[in-house]
Design a protein around this ligand. Structure first.
Ligand SMILES: *Cc1c(COP(=O)(O)O)cnc(C)c1O
Length: 386
C-alpha cells in the first residue's frame, strides 16, 4: 500500500471479470471473445487486464499497434492477437516477428504482409470492410473486386486469410438505424466475396453492439470500454445492464487552509471565496490526467462528502472547497473517479464535465499514477497508509 501515497488508480479486477462475463452471457455460447486491450488496456494496464481475463478463456486479444501485440507475446500470451489499426510500414516486421494477425485495408498492405511471410513463418490476416467508419477497410461496395484480388494474391503464398470484419461508427447512439445500415452493407460485402471466403471468422461488434445486437455477433465480439467499466451507450442505457465500475482515481489532501472572504485560488484567480471558507490542496492535477476542464466544474469525494473543485486545475495540484466536509484532515483520500461511502463519481460524469468521452479520460491517466489491482469494491475514503 506504499504506492498509495500521492495519487493512484485502483483497478477492480473482480469488476473487470464480471463485465467480461456479462458480455459473454449476452452472446451465444459458440461466440468467441476478443477483448480489446489497446492503449495499455484503456489506460488501466494491459498486463494486469490480460492476466485477469486469460483464465476466462478469451479467443484472443485486440491491439492497435504492433508493439502492443509484441508486448503481449513477451507476457507469454499465445492466443491470436489482432492488430486492428492499419499499420505504419515499419510495424509489419514487428508484427510478423511476434506472430500477430494483421488487419488489412488495401492490397499494398497485403503485399507488405506477404513479404514478411515464408513457409517457416506463415502469417494470418483478417480483412476489414469499410461500411461507413471511413478510417480503414476495403470499400463494402467493391467486395467482388477486392475479394478476387486478395484470393489471387494469397494463392500459393504463406499468408492465410482467416477473417473478415467491420466496425460500427454509431452503435452507441440512441438511433439504431446507422448500425443496421452498416450491418446490411457488411452482409452485402460478405455475399460478394469469393466462395472460398466461407469458413473465415466473421466479426463486427464493439461493446455497444455486442450488448444491443447479440444477433450481430457471428463468430467473435470485440468488447473494449464495457470491460473497463465505461458505459458504451448512455443514450441506450435501457438496452443493457450497466457495467460495474472498474477504475477509481484517488489522491491525498496535502494541505488545509481557512481563507477569508475575497481570497482567490489558482492560475487566473478564476474563483473567489464569497465567505470564509476551508480549502484543501489535493495531490493530483492535469499532469496526472485529471482534465483541466474540471476547474470550477467538477467535484471530488472526501469522507463520503461531495465537494467542488475550485479554481483552475494545476499540473500537480487541485483545490477543493471543504466547507461542507469540515471533518476532513490532511492525509485523507480524495476520490475524483469512483465511490466513497454512498457517493460516486462515474467516469462518464468526469467526461461530461470535460466535454469528452470516458475513453479519453481513462487513456489520459498518466504514468505518474501507479495502477493498483484490487479485488472487489474500492478501498474507500479514509484509507491512509501513513
Ligand atoms: C477499440 C475497438 C473496439 C472496442 O470498442 P469499444 O467501444 O471500446 O467496445 C472494437 N473494435 C475495434 C476495431 C476497435 O478499434
Amino acid at each position: 500500500m506504499k504506492r498509495m501515497t500521492r495519487g493512484w488508480v485502483e483497478v477492480d479486477l473482480d469488476a473487470l471479470r464480471a463485465n467480461y462475463e456479462t458480455v459473454r452471457d449476452r452472446a451465444e455460447p459458440r461466440v468467441g471473445l476478443l477483448p480489446m486491450v489497446k492503449a495499455d488496456g484503456y489506460g488501466l494496464g494491459a498486463e494486469r487486464v490480460v492476466r485477469a481475463l486469460d483464465p476466462l478463456g478469451p479467443w484472443g486479444y485486440g491491439v492497435a499497434a504492433a508493439a502492443e501485440g509484441a508486448e503481449l507475446r513477451r507476457l507469454g500470451i499465445d492466443r491470436p492477437v489482432l492488430v486492428f489499426s492499419p499499420m505504419a510500414p515499419a510495424e509489419f516486421g514487428i508484427a510478423a516477428q511476434a506472430g500477430l494477425t494483421a488487419c488489412l485495408s488495401e492490397l499494398d498492405a497485403l503485399d507488405r504482409w506477404a513479404a514478411e511471410a515464408s513457409e517457416d513463418r506463415p502469417l494470418d490476416f483478417h480483412v476489414e470492410v469499410d461500411t461507413g467508419m471511413g478510417r480503414a477497410g476495403f470499400d463494402w461496395r467493391e467486395a467482388a473486386e477486392w475479394g478476387a484480388a486478395i484470393e489471387a494474391r494469397v494463392a500459393g503464398s504463406s499468408v492465410r486469410w482467416t477473417g473478415v470484419f467491420t466496425h460500427f461508427q454509431g452503435a452507441d447512439a440512441a438511433m439504431r438505424e446507422p448500425t443496421t445500415t452498416q450491418w446490411s452493407r457488411f452482409q452485402h460485402a460478405l455475399e460478394h466475396l469469393p466462395d472460398a471466403a466461407d469458413g473465415r471468422l466473421v466479426h463486427a461488434a464493439n461493446s455497444a453492439a455486442a450488448l444491443r445486437w447479440p444477433e450481430f455477433a457471428v463468430d467473435l465480439v470485440r468488447p473494449g470500454i464495457y470491460l473497463y467499466g465505461g458505459h458504451p451507450a448512455l443514450d441506450a442505457r435501457d438496452e443493457m445492464p450497466a457495467p460495474r465500475p472498474v477504475a477509481a482515481v484517488r489522491a491525498r489532501i496535502s494541505l488545509i487552509k481557512d481563507v477569508p472572504e475575497g481570497h482567490t485560488v489558482g492560475y487566473g484567480a478564476t474563483y473567489t471565496a464569497d465567505r470564509p471558507e476551508r480549502w484543501a490542496t489535493v495531490t493530483i492535477g492535469y499532469g496526472d490526467g485529471l482534465p483541466l476542464a474540471l476547474g470550477n466544474r467538477g467535484s471530488a469525494l472526501v469522507r463520503g462528502y461531495r465537494v467542488p473543485i475550485i479554481g483552475r486545475v494545476s499540473m500537480d495540484m487541485t483545490v477543493v472547497d471543504l466547507t461542507d466536509a469540515p471533518s476532513a484532515e490532511v492525509g485523507d483520500a480524495v476520490t475524483v473517479v469512483g465511490r466513497d461511502g454512498g457517493e460516486e463519481i462515474t467516469v462518464e460524469q468526469v467526461a461530461a464535465h470535460a466535454n469528452t468521452i470516458s475513453y479519453e479520460v481513462l487513456t489520459g491517466l498518466t504514468a505518474r499514477l501507479p495502477r493498483i489491482a484490487v479485488d472487489g469494491p474500492a478501498v474507500g475514503g479514509r484509507t491512509d497508509d501513513g
